[in-house]
Design a protein around this ligand. Structure first.
Ligand code: HEC
Ligand SMILES: [Cu+2]
Length: 390
């Protein structure tokens, strides 16, 4: 009994179809659909480069195909002695540079001359054709000048001017009323501060629509690269340096971002989200974030807070309004206001929180958070407490 496995072409087709179907089924966050003038400028430059590149490629391929097609036709339809191998050896050899280097009558020269596939375009017996085929024919010279020098120069100048303009449009300029946010890269999550508001959160950056945003980007450890393609290009986060990114989101929505510079084992799981909200929603969010964490008010949540403070969590995390003030991991004051945990890797649900506490490396390999051994009662109380951190 042998089952026939699909061939490589069938598999590739099936894969392409599946990828296409998945792309169509999930239209939620298309990175080629700009949501700010800065991203639109970058997208425009990308499209221009693509169109010019494809045009050049098509023209070059056509120029390459014409002589191949011509020579194959000549050889194929060569009636009555037009075969180059029938040509007098002397006339052919006179046109080949090989004639000068290879001893006359040598086996190599003989072979070259008699190989129609290799020598035919250059070593033709017809002197007129030979001149046409030569590099100094005026038509060829024109082709080299126009196609090889002038056109590439024009294309490069167009791209240079266009990318200079996009560079100027996307560069940082101070804008009136800009919202300042400090983003700090960590292995493998993003710390987010609103210095003017005294707010700290992680991984999900909230901004109002139609207001300029200024992100001050630094890193706590290695080089990361901050990239939310819907609003701007990539920019590195470099130790000892602050890089600035400014943009003005013009559409509301939740836009996915990604660390774009390899930073270690969980680099690919270092996701950020930009939440662009209507101004009143943003203000309400900011107001809620400014508050300290709510005091636990049931015996179970009081017990949960005790576990949190005593089981080691507080040596890495802060919960504003409690004794936990550490900044090694994300600020958990308003943990439940985030949709995802572990930098966009898991949904923010009780089951995932439990998994993160019991088996943090199972959720995210390389995650610096250690597993915490807790008995069932402690774990339940801790989860009850975490769920109050709205
Ligand atoms: C050694 C430091 C350390 C300890 C101890 C620690 N954590 Fe963490 N924790 C981290 C780091 C770092 C992250 C970010 C991981 C990532 O996303 O890559 C994290 C992430 C989290 C998150 C997800 C937050 C978010 O918004 O993504 C929760 C919830 C959390 N920890 C709870 C706890 C609890 C509860 C304890 C105690 C049982 C604990 N942690 C102990 C370092 C620690
Ligand atoms: Cu990174």
């Amino acid at each position: 009994m042998t089952a026939r496995s699909p061939g490589p072409i069938t598999s590739a087709l099936a894969l392409a179809l599946a990828a296409g179907a998945a792309a169509c089924a999930e239209p939620r966050d298309r990175i080629t659909d700009p949501a700010s003038p800065q991203a639109a400028a970058i997208d425009g430059l990308w499209t221009l480069s693509l169109v010019l590149g494809v045009t050049v490629w098509v023209v070059v391929m056509a120029l390459l195909a014409v002589p191949v097609w011509r020579s194959s036709r000549r050889r194929g339809g060569g009636a009555g002695g037009a075969e180059p191998s029938d040509a007098p050896t002397g006339a052919v050899a006179a046109n080949t540079p090989a004639d000068r280097t290879v001893p006359r009558g040598g086996a190599a020269a003989e072979h070259r001359v008699r190989d129609p596939g290799l020598d035919e375009p250059l070593a033709t017996a017809d002197p007129r054709r030979a001149r046409e085929a030569g590099a100094d024919h005026p038509a060829r010279r024109r082709l080299v000048w126009i196609g090889g020098v002038i056109t590439p120069a024009v294309i490069l100048v167009v791209l240079l001017v266009a990318s200079g303009r996009v560079g100027a449009m996307t560069a940082h300029v101070e804008r009136d009323g800009e919202l300042v946010i400090d983003v700090v890269g960590h292995m493998f999550w993003w710390e987010v501060h609103y210095p003017d508001e005294g707010v700290t959160t992680a991984n999900e950056i909230h901004v109002p629509v139609d207001r300029p945003v200024r992100l001050n980007l630094t890193t706590e450890d290695v080089v990361h690269s901050f990239w939310i393609p819907r609003v701007h290009g990539k920019i590195d986060m470099i130790p000892g340096r602050e890089n600035v990114l400014t943009f003005e989101p013009t559409r509301t929505g939740r836009f996915r971002g990604q660390c774009a510079e390899y930073c270690g084992i969980a680099h690919a799981q270092m996701v950020a989200f930009l939440e662009v909200q209507p101004p009143d929603e943003f203000d309400a969010w900011l107001e809620a974030q400014r508050r300290d964490a709510v005091e636990p008010d049931t015996p179970r949540t009081v017990e949960g807070q005790r576990v949190f403070l005593e089981a080691g969590c507080a040596s890495c995390h802060a919960v504003r309004g409690t004794a936990a003030v550490a900044g090694v991991g994300p600020d958990l004051t308003h943990l439940m206001s985030r949709q995802t945990i572990a930098a966009g890797i898991a949904e923010n649900r009780r089951g995932e929180l439990e998994r993160l506490i019991v088996d943090p490396w199972g959720v995210k390999p390389g995650n610096p958070m250690p597993p915490t051994p807790l008995d069932d009662d402690e774990l339940t109380a801790l989860l009850d407490y975490l769920e109050t951190l709205q």
